[in-house]
Design a protein. Structure first.
Length: 118
């Protein structure tokens, strides 16, 4: 179950989005859209225990994060003010997504990023 989302500045000038879970980090599948700039994160077999469905961020290129639950998964939609690249890492029951401006790449309408628990 997704229990918390924390957004903080990252050392690289970007932003860290830290997701906390009970019962371990679920399988992650993500989709990046450039127009409008968004990232959709599907958390397989995860429920949302978040108090609020929408989290207003309004800084570091992230406008808001919306949590939707259904079909045995939780989907997070990260609405961006500009295209962003991101990386992911897992530590214990936490998934960290680090976003940073992606001005170096040529726009593509869609890309996919996957993470599976070991």
């Amino acid at each position: 179950m997704l229990t918390d989302i924390d957004v903080q500045p990252a050392d690289n000038g970007g932003v860290n989005v830290d997701l906390s879970f009970t019962g371990g980090v679920p399988e992650l599948r993500s989709y990046r859209l450039d127009s409008p700039p968004r990232v959709a994160l599907d958390l397989a077999e995860a429920q949302s225990g978040l108090t609020n469905r929408r989290i207003k961020v309004g800084r570091h290129g992230i406008e808001q994060i919306t949590a939707l639950e259904g079909n045995g998964r939780t989907r997070l939609v990260v609405t961006l003010s500009e295209p962003q690249a991101f990386t992911s890492s897992v530590q214990d029951n936490h998934l960290r997504l680090t976003f940073e401006a992606d001005s170096r790449r040529s726009p593509r309408p869609f890309s996919q990023h996957c993470f599976r628990r070991a």
